[in-house]
Design a protein around this ligand. Sequence first.
Ligand SMILES: C[S@@+](CC[C@H](N)C(=O)[O-])C[C@H]1O[C@@H](n2cnc3c(N)ncnc32)[C@H](O)[C@@H]1O
Length: 178
Amino acid sequence: MPRDVRRILDLGTGDGRLLALLQIDRPRMFGVGLDASELMLEAARERFTTNERIDLVKHDLAEPLPALGRFDAVVSSMAIHHLEHERKRTLYGEVFDLLEPGGLFANFEHVASPTERLHLAFFAAIDEPLENEDPSDRLLDVETQLGWLRARGYDDVDCYWKWLEMALLVGVKPPDVT
Ligand SMILES: C[S@@+](CC[C@H](N)C(=O)[O-])C[C@H]1O[C@@H](n2cnc3c(N)ncnc32)[C@H](O)[C@@H]1O
């Protein structure tokens, strides 16, 4: 994430952990965190209680994004995999529309394993019994998601980091697209 980004939107911000991390190196940035959970938003409000550079908005990502202006970057961590696949796809399009030209979308995500054996290996690797799998997970493979980003017009689309079912999916809005 470039150091000079001014406005960052965090989808499924939870208690604001990611925005707080981004602010360490970017003290002049403004952040907006969206989340549907009042409990998580309350924790985020507590974290940012004296921080006037962060706005928190209650919003269900299953619904179209609200009008929040344009952003230099949109980030998300471990949240979008809760949405139905078709909503993931349309959300990636909405993110493209609210990015400034040259803006960056970085989605750190729980993705689907290509095989059941690798899915079991992931749960073994994190030392978690399979019974604890979150029933609200809607895991989707990396290739499909990268394909959607490319089809929407993002540049430099790739999986920038991956370990088993954790992946960082990135796309950049071309600088000449408004
Ligand atoms: C695993 S937490 C991650 C929180 C934070 N991004 C982080 O990395 O610490 C997932 C977050 O996504 C939020 N979330 C899940 N489904 C959502 C939805 N449909 N709309 C908005 N937020 C959602 C949850 O409320 C929760 O705060």
